[in-house]
Design a protein around this ligand. Structure first.
Ligand SMILES: *Cc1c(COP(=O)(O)O)cnc(C)c1O
Length: 376
């Protein structure tokens, strides 16, 4: 058995090395490193894949979130609701923009933002909700869209972890994660489901006006070169990354399918084991693309299991060890710990197992056996 890795970028590269090398070479030959044709091509292909009108490539997933917020004409003090249990970027950009961060608790089964808690957090100053499709699983978008409509709020989907997942509405219509709200954002950080070989990100929307604004904000606030209408950012996806992503986009559905199969195998192996809760998929199987395969370990055994895995050279991740409301940078004295019972528990129970496109059945079975041995 090959040594187990949390993420196996080598294995994935080896499998499509020929194609990737040609793509990178062609950018090197043309030397159009910035805004070259590869960027436009990837943009068009991602638009088609997502079935959206506009994709705006940018430098990373954090910028994507910031650019989305910048386009919404918000004022200092306006309130943005997001999940207490996510990567820091989501909260960081809200505070960088001088907006008020309203963190809310999560759903126990999916780790995603809890619609009831969103409703409770809405005030007359609330302007937008940022649901995060955490670990690759879409949030409860049917409810969230309903709440947003009723309260006249914008939705920015942080889709950094769920590119390629779909969500099926009660009326049967199916949409790709990130294309349900007003704006979707994503990250091409190397370990994401569609990963570059460096930083990268994108924003997508069907709204022509928002698209035009975000494109402008990402380009120093200019449409016409050296005429700056707005104070913007320099946020670009470089051509080499675009060329790599364009090759890998063709494989994304297959990659996600492999992740899903690995997840099913883990869950099947770990079914009925004491003190283990395997991921729950309440919508449909396509609504989860398993950016992470995250278990909940009960009975105060998570940290002991983590030690045991380390001793047995099995990599794992704790995503995330601290709820955002307890992070030094985001702490606010008016926010009471008691509003986050589910997140507070999750940070002590979650453990994410190795998950990537190159995981073998032997490896999954080996990891599962060790976990069962420890917990039984
Ligand atoms: C990775 C990630 C981001 C940030 O992406 P970067 O490209 O690293 O800036 C934002 N939100 C979530 C939920 C993420 O997982």
């Amino acid at each position: 058995m090959k040594s187990i890795k949390m993420v196996d970028l080598n294995g994935q590269y080896d499998a499509i090395k020929g194609e990737l090398d040609i793509a990178m070479d062609s950018v090197l030959k043309t030397t159009s490193f910035i805004n070259g044709p590869a960027v436009k091509e990837f943009q068009n292909n991602l638009q088609e894949y997502l079935n959206v009108k506009h994709v705006i490539p940018c430098a990373n997933g954090t910028d994507a979130l910031q650019l989305a917020l910048m386009s919404l004409n918000l004022n200092p003090g306006d309130e943005i609701i997001t999940s207490d249990f996510t990567f820091a970027s989501t909260a960081e950009v809200v505070l960088l923009m001088g907006l008020k961060l309203k963190l809310v608790d999560i759903n126990e089964e999916t780790f995603n933002i809890d619609p009831l808690s969103i409703e409770r957090a809405i005030t007359s100053k609330t302007k937008a909700i940022i649901p995060v499709h955490l670990f690759g699983q879409t949030a409860e978008m049917e409810k969230i869209v309903e709440i947003a409509k009723l309260n006249n709020l914008k939705i920015i989907e942080d889709n950094a972890q769920a590119l390629g997942a779909t969500y099926t509405f009660n009326n049967g219509s199916i949409k790709k994660a990130g294309t349900i709200g007003d704006i979707g954002t994503t990250s091409f950080f190397p370990s994401k489901n569609l990963g570059a070989y460096g930083d990268g990100g994108a924003i997508y929307t069907d709204d022509d006006i928002l698209a035009q604004k975000m494109r402008k904000f990402a380009n120093h606030g200019m449409d016409k070169r050296y005429y700056h209408d707005l104070v913007g950012l320099n946020s670009r996806l470089d051509s080499i990354q675009a060329a790599i992503l364009d090759v890998k986009l063709k494989y994304l559905d297959n990659y996600n399918e492999r992740r899903r199969n690995s997840a099913l195998r883990y869950s099947n192996n770990l079914k009925g084991i004491n003190n283990v809760i395997t991921p729950n998929i309440p919508f449909d199987p396509q609504s989860h693309v398993f950016h992470q395969y995250t278990l909940r370990i009960l009975g105060s055994k998570r940290d002991l299991l983590a030690e045991y895995l380390t001793k047995n050279s099995i990599p794992f991740g704790i995503y995330y060890p601290v709820p955002l409301h307890n992070q030094k940078a985001y702490y606010s004295p008016e926010v009471d710990n008691k509003f986050f019972p589910v997140t507070n528990r999750a940070v002590n129970e979650v453990v994410s197992l190795p998950m990537h496109t190159e995981l073998s059945n032997d490896q999954i079975d080996y990891i599962s056996e060790k976990i069962i041995k420890f917990l039984n």
